[in-house]
Structure formats: C-alpha cells, structure tokens
Design a binder for this molecule. Structure first.
Ligand code: PMP
Length: 306
C-alpha cells in the first residue's frame, strides 16, 4: 500500500503517497486509540464520480472522535472537502476512501491528553470486498469463537481502531477454516455483526437485523437498506437474534461500505434457505447498486459529486 503513485491528504495538505508517513512513537500505534471511516465513491451513470453518503460518514468520524475526546483540528466541512479532493486529485472513478484520525507522537504514556491529533484521507480502487463471486452466489460464514466487544469495554458507537483486533481474529479463524467471513456474537450470545459488516436475516418476507444495543456498528449501509426496504414495502425489525434463527432463515446478507450488499449462503455448515442469493436480497442489492451508481434520481442527495 505504501509504494504507489498518488497523493494523500494529510493534516490539511496533499502529500505524495510515498511521503505520507508517521513516527514509530505515534501514540495510536502503541495504545490503539484512533478513529476512522470507510467510504466509497462510485462512478455515476453520467460518467461523473460521487461519494456515497459523505455527510453521514464525516459525521460518524466526528462522533467517533467525540466519544474518545479527540478534538479533530478540522471542521466536518473541511474533511468532507478533503474526501472529495483525494478522489479528484488521484483521478479515481469508483474507489474506497479511508479517513483516519490518530493521536500523535508528542508524548507516550496512556495519559497523553495534549498530544496533537492528526487526520489523513487516502483513496484507492477496491472492488468487491468479499469477492465478485460472493456478490452473486453468496458467501460461507462461520460463527466466531471470539465474542464481540461489550459496549462498556470499547465504545461500539465509535468506528475505532481499537475495536478491530477482534474482527481480525474472527476473520483469521473463519478464513483459516475455509470460510469467507466470520459472524460475531455479542457478550449475551446473540448475533451481533460480521467482522466488518452488519447482518440481515430474511424470514417470511421481512428483514430482521440485530438491534444496536448488542454493540453492532450503526452502519450507514444498514441505514440505507432500511430506507430501500421501506420503499419496496419490506418491513424491517431490529431485535435480538440467535444464530440458529439464521440456520432456519430464508435468506441472509451482510451490509457495509466495503462489503456493499453481500448474500450469505451458509452459516456454520447449514445452508440458509435455497443456498443462493434469494429474491429479497437480489431486490435490495440491485436497488442499492442503482442508488450508489446514480441510476435512481430519488436518492441524489446521498451522492456528493467530487
Ligand atoms: N460493522 C463493522 C464492524 C464495520 O467495520 C463496518 C464497516 N464500516 C460495518 C459494520 C458497516 O458499516 P457501514 O455500512 O457504515 O460501512
């Protein structure tokens, strides 16, 4: 990732991709407190490029920082502009964008409250996160032996750097065993989310998804699916869900900025429904891609032209 052409927005200016470096004594590197976003821009039907739900992603970055009492030295407007600028200046069409804020290297030790807060935004092309085939056929998922964070251990409303080791452990475990992705249970034993995705179950034509009290991230794709489901007359229920409800569900899918809408065809060796992308998932996935690619003018306000 470090050795490529392009520019990265770093603390207010564009720097050469290869020069976007930080010191080894960076506080966040040692203690894991930092916040970030995952955003996507899509090439639009008219050939332009637009960032999907930029305002919501920037707002969540600032909310994450607020939770950790990190005062970002920029406004939301400045970070949104930086996000568009990295897409533009790197001449990207469809791409993934990574804003990140971290605590600097001024001082080490847990209590370094006066350290400088830094912000960077990078962007690069990134296709289907869980594979193009998975988008059509569905992926195979395994319940993790690692438990998702309790909301009082790490702050689950924040998209925080330190929340991700358990995601990595779970994903490692699942992929080592030949699965595509992991499903994490919350500390009470209910389904929480994927290692980097929210999850939905389809049962009798309704959508069910874990409520956020279990610690799942308040996903922006999840929220977009709520709106698209309402438009298609599909009821959405947020509640506690057990893993065996998925075993006997009709369909299931993951949502996320990286994962977009990825069907799940199997959990823990049990085929879900017909074992393929089901009709409700197909409908919502198509609706999602119509929206992000600017083919549905109703959602123009979700798209920020770069
Ligand atoms: N849960 C986790 C743990 C994630 O990392 C992500 C990706 N940001 C999501 C859910 C989905 O959130 P969003 O749709 O906002 O990308």
């Amino acid at each position: 990732m470090a050795d490529r052409d392009g520019v990265i927005w770093m603390d207010g200016k564009m720097v050469d991709w290869r020069d976007a470096k930080i010191h080894v004594l960076t506080h966040t590197l040692h203690y894991g407190m930092g916040v970030f976003e995952g955003v996507r821009a899509y090439q639009q039907a008219d050939g332009s490029t637009a960032v999907f739900r930029l305002k919501e992603h920037t707002r969540r970055l600032f909310n994450s920082a607020r939770i950790f009492q990190m005062n970002l030295p920029f406004t939301e407007e400045q970070i949104s502009e930086a996000t568009k600028a990295v897409v533009r200046e790197n001449k990207l069409e469809s791409c993934y964008i990574r804003p990140i804020a971290w605590i600097g290297s001024d001082k080490l030790g847990i209590g370094a409250r006066t350290n400088t807060i830094h912000v960077a935004v990078a962007a690069w092309p990134w296709g289907a996160y869980l594979g193009a085939e998975g988008m059509e056929r569905g992926i195979r998922v395994k319940t993790s032996s690692f438990t998702h964070h309790h909301p009082n251990v790490t702050m689950c409303k924040a998209k925080a750097v330190g929340n991700y080791p358990v995601s990595i452990l779970s994903n490692q475990e699942a992929t080592n065993e030949g699965y595509d992705e992991a499903m994490l249970m919350d500390p009470q034993g209910f389904v929480c989310q994927g290692s980097g995705e929210n999850v939905f179950l389809v049962k009798d034509g309704e959508l069910h998804t874990p409520d956020l009290a279990g610690g799942a991230l308040d996903g922006i794709t999840r929220n977009s699916i709520f709106t698209l489901a309402a438009e298609h007359g599909i009821k959405v229920v947020e509640r506690r869900i057990t893993r065996d409800e998925f075993y006997i569900g009709d369909e299931a899918f993951f949502t996320g900025t990286a994962a977009e809408v990825t069907p799940i065809r199997e959990l823990d060796g049990r085929t879900i429904g017909a074992g393929s992308r089901g009709p409700v998932t197909t409908k919502l996935q198509a609706a999602f891609f119509d929206v992000v690619n600017g083919r549905n003018p109703k959602y123009a306000e979700w798209l920020a032209k770069v």
